[in-house]
Design a protein around this ligand. Structure first.
Ligand code: NDP
Ligand SMILES: O=C(O)C1=N[C@H](C(=O)O)C[C@H](O)C1
Length: 257
């Protein structure tokens, strides 16, 4: 079986370096190119457009703006397929990716962890079973001091899963910050709390608080290699797929919930 040709965007970042190590150790894959910002050369880097010409799939952990631009560039040339791990997108950037996904296959997920994607299913199930009456949902996330977006992409995925379980839109019920004289909690609210510091790779929990009891479902990432392995699973899955925007539930074959 021929090796899948992988290019890595954001090659000098934390995840870019982790991806290079994990791809190089995987006999199913050939690391054909690594690229960084335009004009950023050295350390074996090539320009982006050269990388796009060499690869079957680009794996991208960069920034929302860079990922949206990369998706548009890949779509304009009819490929390669894309695995996007960046988080913190605004509506216009998500729209650009959706537009690109009309021309190429794109997997995008706020978390490439297998365990975390299982957790979203459990959260949706718990929210549905407990129901919105007498059930306050609070999501907590903690990350390293360098993380720039909040709440994390994963926390938002968990919020969406909880909202689906309650049959509501997350945007209608999310409380993304509290400060000052905010008054009592609104019924049905899904709250987010954020901690930043040190070298925490990623910790998430979802608490269901009702009269007299609290159920908490949680996940902790031990190191970044499991995100890289999840992204590789996505790359192997997405190669040769028809255009469309996919997520890790598609890759893992979890029943759509
Ligand atoms: N979905 C998942 O499972 C995971 C997602 N993430 C997400 O991935 C993203 C990256 O995380 P992390 O590696 O920790 O962050 P880093 O800041 O370490 O890496 C991002 C890199 O992208 C580079 N970059 C910026 N613009 C461009 C561009 N136009 N072209 C190419 N490279 C560019 C940055 O360069 P410079 O240093 O010069 O600014 C930086 O080195 C974040 O959004 C994070 O939340 C992280 C882990 C897991
Ligand atoms: O920035 C990070 O580090 C991470 N970002 C992702 C997120 O925003 O959820 C995934 C993981 O938690 C690490």
């Amino acid at each position: 079986m021929p090796q899948l040709k992988i290019a890595i965007a954001g090659a000098l970042g934390r995840m870019g370096r982790q991806m290079a190590q994990t791809v190089a150790a995987d006999p199913r894959l050939e690391l054909v190119a690594r690229f960084h910002r335009p004009g950023s050369m050295g350390e074996g880097l090539v320009e982006r457009d050269k990388a796009l010409a060499l690869a079957d799939v680009v794996v991208d952990f960069t920034t929302p703006a860079a990922s949206a631009e990369l998706a548009t560039a890949c779509a304009a040339r009819g490929g390669p397929a894309l695995v996007i791990g960046s988080t913190g997108f605004d509506a216009a950037e998500l729209e650009a990716i959706a537009e690109a996904a009309k021309k190429i296959a794109i997997v995008r997920s706020g978390s490439y962890s297998l365990g975390l994607n299982m957790l979203t299913g459990l959260v949706e199930q718990a929210a549905r079973a407990i129901g919105p009456d007498d059930c306050d949902i609070e999501i907590f996330e903690a990350h390293h001091r360098f993380k720039v977006d909040a709440p994390s992409g994963t926390a938002l995925m968990l919020g969406e899963a909880a909202a689906r379980g309650h049959g509501v839109e997350l945007d209608d019920v999310a409380k993304r910050a509290r400060d000052g004289l905010v008054g009592p909690r609104n019924a049905g609210e899904i709250g987010f709390a954020v901690m930043r510091g040190g070298s925490i790779v990623g910790e998430h929990s979802v608490s269901f608080l009702s009269q007299g009891e609290t159920l908490t479902l949680s996940h902790a990432a031990g190191d970044r290699s499991m995100f890289a392995r999840g992204a590789i699973a996505a790359a192997l899955w997405v190669a040769g797929r028809p255009p469309g925007e996919y997520d890790m539930h598609d890759v893992l074959g979890f029943a759509s919930s």
